[in-house]
Design a protein around this ligand. Structure first.
Ligand SMILES: *[C@@H]1O[C@H](CO)[C@@H](O)[C@H](O)[C@H]1NC(C)=O
Ligand SMILES: *[C@@H]1O[C@H](CO)[C@@H](O)[C@H](O)[C@H]1NC(C)=O
Ligand SMILES: *[C@@H]1O[C@H](CO)[C@@H](O)[C@H](O)[C@H]1NC(C)=O
Ligand SMILES: *[C@@H]1O[C@H](CO)[C@@H](O)[C@H](O)[C@H]1NC(C)=O
Ligand SMILES: *[C@@H]1O[C@H](CO)[C@@H](O)[C@H](O)[C@H]1NC(C)=O
Ligand SMILES: *[C@@H]1O[C@H](CO)[C@@H](O)[C@H](O)[C@H]1NC(C)=O
Ligand SMILES: *[C@@H]1O[C@H](CO)[C@@H](O)[C@H](O)[C@H]1NC(C)=O
Ligand SMILES: *[C@@H]1O[C@H](CO)[C@@H](O)[C@H](O)[C@H]1NC(C)=O
Ligand SMILES: *[C@@H]1O[C@H](CO)[C@@H](O)[C@H](O)[C@H]1NC(C)=O
Ligand SMILES: *[C@@H]1O[C@H](CO)[C@@H](O)[C@H](O)[C@H]1NC(C)=O
Ligand SMILES: *[C@@H]1O[C@H](CO)[C@@H](O)[C@H](O)[C@H]1NC(C)=O
Length: 589
């Protein structure tokens, strides 16, 4: 202990004495590189290394899809690129690292997740934590903004497996291993000393985080994963489900009618959690006690709009393909058909035998994928297949190089189940990302903070719960519920964010959102302060500014009065979140 302390003091003194210009040189980077075979599978090409100082940088947060905590801080850092190849392969992968000024460096390494089909291109997300950060080209120019779906097929029927595995998990894992090695050399830190390593991401970034702790568990000390877009085969095909429901029922609801159904559901279910604040904090009680049929006959009105949609996720191409759509004035009353569409969607996909294939969004979540399109010529609402799901089916399932499905002719619920099964099997060990045995991560002391908006309209909230349950039952098969819960919460905690949407707040429900997850995680990893609640702040509405310490799953909030809630457990609610998927022969974790 005494020795370590004095070694640290010596290092700290050395660090203080060293300036950014001293360390930010190509020769310092080269001297920190691993020789070939030091990291199995990575041969660095030293002559292609670059290093440049960047001063007064005020950059993004690195992690895509987050409500960014815009900080006015500026940073000085060393911008480094390193190129490596996979032995014998002749490929090149470029990794970009941002090294904080030596006096700011806190022996941390930070990996930010991307979103949609894009890995993060920003290496600077760690600077605010005194951490080195990294980003990777993944071998397909991802640093230049190329997204994986642009390269997934070489041509029709021909999958680019290198890009698939790199996007799936390998590129980030290699970037982290190499980055940690170089970091120690760069700052003159001993190779055996601790370098705290964090991951933070949401949506596909959440899936990427899960991929890292599943595949490179002992590299990470803490992972913060929001609304992970994992169980990839099911998740991506599920984006076509709402359209398939409309096609099957042969009814295309006016968007305003669905909006009204959501608003009326929020109004009806908001008080069930004990406080009327515009937020459904207990979508389970809503599911158990509210019948959508009671909305039939309610009036709706929406003014005409010309809107520009940016489309799915944070995909570069979705941005380019943004389209302006026109909706006429909509006035009417909610019909039984409108409610039927909403109900079948919230019930989730079943095959023609009535066997469940997938779970769905929580009741009260927006029905984004169900949005129909106005046809100015026929003056009718028509099918609008979301390109999220459409493109996945064309490129990843059918293997044809088309950006979207053109129609759903002949597509039944059984077809969707087949598509899911094909994708699950085909990408089982690359994109599916649901390996439930996290033993290496857990045994090396890793901590997982997993969160999910309870009204997420893109990745169903229950998808996260299903994974949590899989981990619990695979890792603690012989323990009682109580015992396994106790073991799990020591290193894996899941929080649902009341009313929140996909990786952010929900304009329809002014609820809380956590904004200092990294602080919580650093405290857990470095100071041993295990959280039991998750700090979050209400960002709009009557209770704006209120702090809510969120309940840890499986306990659920129940307001006692307008200012205090308890975290309670009740079996009926818990069971309403539990699913089995008998439509598949294989287990679905
Ligand atoms: C490491 O391997 C790469 C090719 O895989 C080669 O270009 C490079 O020179 C090797 N480095 C050393 C130090 O041998
Ligand atoms: C960075 O900002 C500081 C304070 O505004 C200023 O003194 C300094 O000259 C700036 N450095 C560079 C390289 O622009
Ligand atoms: C870091 O260097 C790379 C490669 O030279 C460059 O593309 C990137 O823009 C630089 N980043 C910053 C923040 O200066
Ligand atoms: C639903 O509620 C939001 C406000 O929360 C409002 O802006 C919107 O117009 C409402 N939509 C309908 C169809 O009532
Ligand atoms: C909801 O109400 C309708 C009409 O009263 C009824 O047919 C239906 O069975 C109810 N649904 C549930 C889940 O109770
Ligand atoms: C659709 O028709 C309306 C008038 O009926 C017009 O104002 C609008 O510009 C048209 N939109 C498109 C996209 O053609
Ligand atoms: C996808 O294709 C469908 C059917 O042609 C179309 O309605 C929809 O607008 C397309 N979506 C995008 C984002 O291109
Ligand atoms: C790939 O398949 C699609 C759909 O069948 C077709 O439209 C396209 O022309 C094909 N592309 C090539 C390069 O053959
Ligand atoms: C909760 O998070 C906010 C926003 O980051 C922070 O200001 C506050 O100190 C945190 N509170 C607790 C109890 O951690
Ligand atoms: C709400 O309930 C809590 C716990 O019972 C109590 O401490 C608090 O004073 C109550 N607040 C109000 C405003 O009644
Ligand atoms: C709680 O707030 C509601 C309005 O949202 C109000 O009607 C009610 O009286 C309040 N309850 C208490 C105990 O203050």
């Amino acid at each position: 202990m005494r020795l370590q302390k004095s070694a640290f003091a010596a290092f700290a003194a050395a660090a203080r004495a060293t300036s950014l210009t001293d360390v930010c040189t190509v020769s310092n980077v080269k001297s920190a590189l691993p020789s070939n075979s030091t990291i199995l599978g990575i041969n660095v090409l030293p002559s292609l290394s670059t290093a440049n100082t960047v001063y007064n940088y005020s950059g993004g947060s690195g992690m895509m899809g987050a409500t960014s905590t815009a900080s006015s801080e500026t940073y000085n850092f060393c911008n480094v690129t390193i190129t490596y190849t996979h032995p014998g392969k002749g490929d090149t992968v470029v990794v970009n690292y941002a090294f904080p000024e030596p006096s700011d460096y806190k022996k941390r390494f930070y990996v930010a997740g991307g979103g949609g089909y894009s890995l993060s291109t920003d290496a600077t997300g760690g600077l605010e934590y005194g951490a080195v950060g990294g980003a990777t080209s993944a071998g397909y120019d991802a640093l230049d903004g190329v997204s994986y779906d642009e390269v997934v097929l070489y041509g029709n029927g021909s999958i680019n497996w290198d890009a698939t595995y790199m996007f799936g998990y390998q590129a980030l894992g290699e970037m982290t291993k190499l980055g940690k090695y170089v970091t120690k050399g760069f700052y003159g830190q001993s190779s055996s000393s601790k370098l705290y390593t964090y991951f933070e991401g949401c949506s596909d970034g959440g899936r990427e985080g899960m991929s890292q702790i599943q595949r490179y568990g002992d590299e990470y000390d803490g992972a913060i994963t929001g609304a992970p877009a994992f169980r990839y085969g099911q998740q991506q095909v599920n984006h076509v489900f709402s359209s398939a429901v409309e096609k099957t029922l042969d009814y295309y609801p006016p968007p305003c009618a669905l909006d009204k159904i959501i608003n009326a559901t929020i109004a009806a279910c908001d008080p069930l959690d004990g406080r009327t604040d515009g937020v459904i904090s207990r979508s389970d009680l809503c599911m158990l006690h509210f019948n959508l049929s009671s909305i039939i006959g309610e009036k709706y009105h929406c003014a005409a709009v010309s809107s520009t949609s940016l489309g799915f996720g944070f995909n570069k191409r979705a941005g380019e393909g943004s389209s302006t759509s026109y909706q006429p004035t909509q006035s009417g009353t909610v019909s039984a058909q409108d409610v039927a569409v909403a109900q079948v969607i919230y019930d989730g996909l079943h095959n023609s035998k009535g066997e469940r294939a997938y779970l769905s969004w929580q009741i009260g979540a927006e029905l984004s994928d169900a949005e129909t399109e106005w046809n100015n010529n026929t003056k009718k609402w028509e099918l609008d297949i979301p390109s999220t799901g459409g493109e996945f089916v064309t490129k990843f399932v059918e293997l044809v190089n088309l950006d979207n499905l053109s129609n759903l002719n002949g597509v039944t619920y059984d077809t969707l189940v087949e598509w899911m099964n094909t994708a699950m099997v085909r990408y089982m060990d690359s994109l599916q990302t649901t390996l439930p045995d996290l033993t290496p991560f857990q045994q090396s002391g890793g901590k997982l903070l997993h969160y999910h908006g309870e009204s997420d309209p893109s990745v169903p909230t229950a998808s996260s719960i299903h994974f949590w349950q899989s981990v619990r039952s695979i890792m603690y098969p012989s323990l009682s519920d109580k015992q396994s819960l106790h073991k799990l919460e020591d290193w894996y905690q899941l929080y649902l964010i009341p009313g929140a949407a996909h990786c952010g707040t929900n304009p329809l429900q002014p609820g809380p959102f956590p904004e200092d997850n990294m602080q919580t995680m650093i405290n857990w990893v470095e100071n041993g302060v295990k959280p039991s609640r998750l700090n979050s702040t209400v960002t709009a509405g009557k209770y704006e500014g209120e702090t809510q310490m969120l309940c840890q799953w499986p306990s659920r909030p129940l307001w006692k009065n307008n200012s205090t809630f308890d975290c309670v457990y009740d079996r009926a609610s818990y069971e309403s979140w539990s699913y089995e998927f008998p439509a598949f022969k294989l287990p679905v974790y």
